[in-house]
Design a protein around this ligand. Structure first.
Ligand code: 8X3
Length: 268
């Protein structure tokens, strides 16, 4: 799909850094950006699984021979690795225009009192501290040229907390609060802070949350028509291809049969 030649023009030749790009929303965003820019783009794809990133890079390069793709193994929960990664970017990729803070995860649905300590740490380290640390590392690059887009992936969970989301919901509320602070601090700049809050999206998200229990993961989407990663990627690309003077600041995205975190229409 495409939003017309203006979108292609606005995104062409930019340097885009995506976290969690090996699958789901991150990978779909990489593809949607490549298509919209017709391959005239420089993508920095990061995730823990380098082999998956390489597969995606190969696919994109096959489709768009002139595209520039850099794949880097990066676990954003390992905070001490973030600055060195940004500082070591090859010159061609160093001048980041768009940062897609997508890496994030939920672990478990246990009630407060029974949540594993290690799950608490992993969720906060990845969803909050990793996102903040990477943003801090990239922001000076954008400030220096007074332009850039930062897309933070929030969630309905950050707006509408639900039982069993004792840690995941607060991590996403933190993302929202951080986005608000940034937008206010950057008010005099041309840097745009864009938050996209998806509802139910069928990706590896629930497989990860339920630690490989595929039956539980499937039950989350049973009888519904969930969103898919591509649907969110379209919103991200739409947001970053708007006129510079406009910002799609915060967007809640549901499938048509979802109305809140827990209110989903399910066909019997
Ligand atoms: C994922 C949405 O409602 O499954 O961010 O937590 S939810």
């Amino acid at each position: 799909m495409s939003f017309g030649s203006k979108a292609a023009e606005r995104i062409s030749n930019k340097v885009v850094l995506i976290t969690g790009a090996s699958a789901g929303i991150g990978a779909a965003t990489a593809k949607e950006i490549a298509v919209t820019a017709n391959g005239n783009i420089k993508l920095i794809l990061t995730a823990r699984r380098k082999d998956k990133l390489q597969d995606l890079a190969d696919e994109l390069t096959q489709q768009f021979p002139d595209i520039k793709v850099l794949t880097v193994a990066l676990d954003v929960s390992k905070l001490e690795t973030i600055r060195p990664f940004v500082e070591a970017l090859p010159q061609e990729f160093a001048d980041i225009d768009v940062l897609v803070n997508n890496a994030g995860l939920a672990l478990g649905r246990d009630p407060v009192g029974s949540i594993l300590d290690e799950d608490i740490t992993t969720m906060f380290q990845t969803n909050v501290l990793g996102l903040i640390t990477l943003t801090q590392a990239v922001l000076p690059i954008m400030k220096a040229k007074d332009s850039g887009d930062i897309i933070n992936l929030g969630s309905i969970a950050g707006r509408d907390p639900y039982p069993g989301g004792g840690i995941y919901c607060p991590t996403k509320a933190s993302v929202k609060s951080f986005s608000h602070v940034l937008r206010k601090e950057l008010i005099s700049t041309k840097i745009r802070i864009i938050e996209i809050d998806p509802g139910n999206v069928e990706t590896e998200f629930s497989n990860v949350r339920f630690k490989g229990d595929l039956e539980k993961a499937k039950a989350v989407y049973a009888g519904t028509e969930p969103l898919y990663a591509e649907d969110i990627a379209e919103f991200i690309v739409f947001a970053i291809t708007r006129k510079q003077k406009t910002v799609m600041a915060e967007t809640l995205v549901f499938s048509t049969n979802q109305a809140s975190a827990t209110h989903l229409y399910r066909e019997e």
